[in-house]
Design a protein around this ligand. Sequence first.
Ligand SMILES: [Zn+2]
Length: 280
Amino acid sequence: MQERVWIHVPEIHQQELERWKEYLKYHTVDMELGRVAVYEFITNKTEDLNFKQFTKERNIRCIVSRREYSFTKAEKDQADILYLIIDGNGGDSTSDESLYYTCPTCMYEVRKVNRSRVRVDYKEVSKYDICISYLPNCEVVVSQKLIDLMVGEKISGYETTPIYQTGTDEVIPNFYQLLLNTGLGEAVAPTIVERGIRCVDCGFYTRNLIKSLLHYKKLESRSYDICYASDWYGDIYRNKYVGSRAIVISQKLYRIMKENKIRAFSVQPAAFIFMRDRES
Ligand SMILES: [Zn+2]
C-alpha cells in the first residue's frame, strides 16, 4: 500500500522549508492556518520523514488535508473485506418519499436508509452493471447480469426492488435498486475520523469525516457479502445531513465482480480489527 498525503503549512515557513521545494505543489487558504503552502509526500519515505521531524523540531504547525491510497493487485486479492467504490454515475433520482426525517431530539433533518419507488433515467443507469445516483440520494442500481451472478453465487446481505423510469413511472426492465443491510459497526481505530457531536437519538454526528483507510471490528455473528457500515460519513449542513455510507464487500463478491468484468466499480481494501469481547 502506498499512502500519499497533502500537508498544509503556513506560508511564513516556506523559506525554512526550502529543501523540500520540489514537494511544494500549490498554495491555498486553510480554515485554521490561513495562507498555506501545500506539500505532497508519499509517506514513510526519507523526505517525508525528514520533513515531519524538521517541522516538529521547529514547532511548525502542519495539517494533513488529504490522504490517498493505492494498492497492489495482491493486496486487493488478499483483503478479507473491501470498500466498494461505485464508479457508475446513475444521474439524478427522485421519489415521492422524502430522503429525510426530522429527528425529534437534535431537530436536524437526517437520513432514512432507503426510500420507496425510486425513479432514475434508463439512459443513465443502463450504461453500467452497478451505478449510484447523485449525492445526497446515493441509491444503488444494478443490472440483471450482476443480480444473476449474485443469486447464482449465493451472495448474502441484499434485497432488490424495482426501479422506475423518470417521467413515465414505468418499471425499468433488467435493472434493480439494491437494498442493503447494515452489517458492520462504526469505523474503529486506527481509522482516522474527524467527529463532531453525536445525537443519542438518531445517531448522526454533526460531522463525521473519514480521513484514512477504513477499519472495522470483526463481528462473528453477522457476516454479509455486501453491506453498509453503520456510520454515515458527511456532516450537517444548513440543518440537513449531507453524506453517504460506506459499502463494504467480501473478497468472494469482489472476485465474482472482477472475474465477470462487472462495469463501473473499484475497491480499496478495508481491514477487520479483532477485539476482545469486553471492548465490543
Ligand atoms: Zn438526532
